[in-house]
Design a protein around this ligand. Structure first.
Ligand SMILES: C[S@@+](CC[C@H](N)C(=O)[O-])C[C@H]1O[C@@H](n2cnc3c(N)ncnc32)[C@H](O)[C@@H]1O
Length: 378
């Protein structure tokens, strides 16, 4: 391990603390959603568990998960009955030289004294030896078991698209993948053009496999990250993929991808994400310019108001269920669709009708809402 990376392991930098706090937030929501479902056993896996705590005592991902679980147990009205944590890291500690990182994780986890029905297993195997066993085990999950895997290998060497696909193939695993996209983006163009560029070999393999030999969009880091998100969805054949940007410095991003096949789980995760964004001042707003044809030249075509309006124009009429699903597919919540629909209604571009053709008083944007309405383009 290089000196530079040692330094990072000693003291978690701001973007790592941000990543860990997002993960913790995701986890607490995940646990409270699952506590209210029939699932009997929840597995939480962290295959690159780290040092447990840095020299300032800040929790790494593994101990953050234990803290989230403890907090869930101590505060939630309904708690998950059985949770099995699995931590793996093969590294030697750079803080306590005679220990393995996983020994520190074990010590810090024990200090938090989880209740006995929350079991923890520790392992110090090389990822390459353990991943096959993990996938086999996940493939055996029964219908009342669910798993969340946190994947933070620092880089792309171990985040091979096929491995991620195999991890999710059972349909019962959710995955959070952290990727330092600013580095990947910087090397991607070079690696794809220059076959002799040895350092770029893993990046090239990653991109070639994910894009199935098509060329990625690498114009900006943001478009690259969003392009990877779309490609993940296609390649992994997973229902939902979301991405959260962590800005390291100006226009330099890390990304936390979330993959899920559960509609309800995904909706809850989006709520968590948007609540973070709204707190940070990046709240959703309707781009009214997008409803006016002649301004389309200036439009960011990724904008949700544009996408929803385009879909409505294409279909002429959409049900409340279709609008709800369209929102989730495009990583937006019912409240965002409502804002867009309110604006379109105000501008006289849509009408909202009950099944008998009378005007409806609301949009009823919930999954499987008993009331059916139609939103029609005028
Ligand atoms: C980016 S750090 C992740 C740290 C942790 N998630 C955190 O929040 O601090 C990557 C970790 O993966 C471990 N690691 C790297 N390659 C590994 C491998 N092949 N098998 C097992 N662990 C590995 C390193 O020891 C390091 O602790």
């Amino acid at each position: 391990m290089s000196k530079a990376s040692n330094k990072k392991v000693y003291r978690l930098p701001a973007h790592s603390l941000a990543k860990i706090s997002l993960y913790k937030r995701y986890l607490s929501i995940y646990l409270s959603v699952l506590a209210n479902t029939p699932f009997k056993i929840i597995y939480l896996l962290d295959l690159f568990a780290g040092e447990g705590r840095d020299i300032d005592g800040n929790a790494c991902s593994s101990i953050a998960a234990v803290e989230a679980l403890k907090n869930h147990y101590d505060t939630a009205n309904v708690v998950c009955k059985k949770v099995k944590l699995f931590f793996n890291d093969y590294g030697n500690s750079v803080i306590e030289k005679d220990l393995k990182k996983i020994d520190r994780v074990e010590r810090f986890a024990k200090e938090l004294a989880l209740p006995s029905h929350y079991e923890t297993t520790y392992s110090n195997e090389n990822f390459e030896n353990i991943i096959g066993k993990v996938i086999n085990r996940l493939n055996k999950l029964d219908s009342l078991e669910k798993a969340l895997c946190f994947f933070d290998p620092w880089g792309y060497k171990y985040s091979k698209p096929q491995v991620l696909k195999d991890l999710m193939a059972n349909g019962k695993t959710e995955l959070l993948l952290f990727m330092p996209m600013c580095f990947i983006h910087r090397f991607a163009a070079k690696a794809l053009k220059d076959e002799d560029y040895a350092a770029g070999q893993h990046i090239e393999q990653f991109i070639t496999e994910l894009y199935e030999n098509e060329f990625p969009e690498i114009q900006t880091q943001v478009s690259f990250i969003k392009g990877i998100q779309k490609q993940f969805k296609k390649y992994l054949q997973v229902e939902y993929v979301d991405v959260l940007f962590i800005e390291k410095e100006r226009n330099q991003y890390f990304a936390l991808y979330f993959f899920s096949n559960s509609k309800r789980g995904f909706q809850k995760m989006l709520e968590a994400k948007w609540s973070i964004d709204e707190k940070d001042g990046r709240s959703f707003s309707v781009n009214k310019n997008q409803f006016t044809q002649d301004l389309f030249a200036n439009v960011d075509h990724e904008d949700y108001s544009f996408l929803l309006y385009e879909r409505l124009k294409e279909k002429k009429s959409m049900s409340n269920q279709e609008i709800f699903d369209f929102g989730l597919d495009n990583n937006h919540l019912p409240k965002h669709s409502k804002k867009v629909l309110d604006e379109l209604k105000r501008e006289g571009k849509i009408k909202v009708l009950n099944v008998d053709g009378s005007n409806a008083s609301g949009y009823y944007l919930e999954d499987k809402h008993h009331k059916h309405i139609a939103i029609k383009i005028i």
